[in-house]
Design a protein around this ligand. Structure first.
Ligand code: HEC
Ligand code: HEC
Length: 215
């Protein structure tokens, strides 16, 4: 009798979480659900169906580099990326993702097309372009150009992220996180810690304004 109750409640739990249909499942803890289904049923709520989210709290994932997507999902999964928005929104969701699901999610977003938005600080775009293409060399400071690592089109490569057309607010927020905290990956994040160390708030704002409008 006890056993029967157990089987019944397990069956009910499975129906409630939608495990019975892996094509429409929102169950982020079921390894049988494909990355594509998760992207469409779960991730799209925040990151948008096309990977171009509307709200700048949620980064655009469309066109992002596969390796970078894989890195970040694994960083969230092992709590190695720990800024407040990252831990609040992404730790729970990534917790049970398998490496296969992560690879499928990365393929899915890498194949989408990024759509840029106009800058909210257009007067800063010129300074931003200067920093992106030439960095800062004013005698006192030597800051490498962003394009050295992110590419002249800012589309990134491998673990270097695609930053063109990303939300301006999100770019600026991440620059501050790299500069002020240890909340992103120690090894990859170190490159951005060095990069932002000598940049002023105004210069970071300008870089974000320019990069956000890049196609
Ligand atoms: C409830 C909202 C929400 C859902 C659902 C969600 N995310 Fe996120 N995601 C966020 C937020 C917020 C951030 C930004 C965290 C930060 O600022 O560090 C983020 C960041 C990311 C990043 C890092 C992007 C970058 O440019 O560094 C990736 C990759 C990501 N999410 C993938 C996913 C995937 C895959 C799913 C579905 C399995 C998903 N997210 C579901 C809110 C969400
Ligand atoms: C020496 C190489 C290098 C240079 C130069 C560099 N970056 Fe990066 N950047 C990286 C790497 C590597 C990462 C990924 C870090 C991680 O995974 O934690 C990154 C991440 C970022 C991110 C986070 C993207 C996201 O989706 O969360 C932003 C924004 C960014 N860089 C902007 C810039 C800007 C702006 C400049 C120029 C002022 C710049 N970078 C110069 C290597 C570099």
């Amino acid at each position: 009798m006890k056993k029967m109750t157990l089987i019944l409640s397990l069956a009910l739990a499975a129906t409630a979480t939608g495990c019975s249909n892996v094509e429409h499942s929102r169950d982020v803890a079921n390894p049988a659900v494909s990355g594509k289904v998760l992207a469409q049923q779960v991730c799209s709520m925040c990151h948008g169906v096309t990977g171009n989210s509307v709200n700048p709290t949620f980064p655009k994932l469309a066109g992002q580099q596969k390796d970078y997507l894989t890195d970040q999902l694994k960083f969230f999964r092992k709590h190695n990326r720990s800024d407040p928005a990252g831990s609040e929104y992404m730790w729970g969701i990534s917790r049970h993702l398998t490496n296969d699901q992560i690879a499928q999610l990365a393929d899915y977003y890498a194949a989408q097309t990024r759509i840029p938005d106009p800058s909210v600080n257009p007067s800063l775009e010129e300074l931003g372009k200067q920093i992106f293409t030439h960095g800062v060399n004013d005698g006192a400071r030597t800051v490498p150009a962003c394009e050295t690592c992110h590419g002249t089109d800012a589309h990134g490569r491998g673990s270097f992220p695609f930053i063109a057309g990303q939300h301006e607010d999100y770019i600026l927020k991440q620059l501050n996180i790299f500069k002020e905290t240890e909340e992103r990956d120690e090894k990859l994040g170190q490159m951005m810690k060095n990069e932002t160390h000598d940049l002023s708030s105004e210069e970071m704002k300008a870089a974000a304004a320019y990069i956000a409008t890049m196609p």
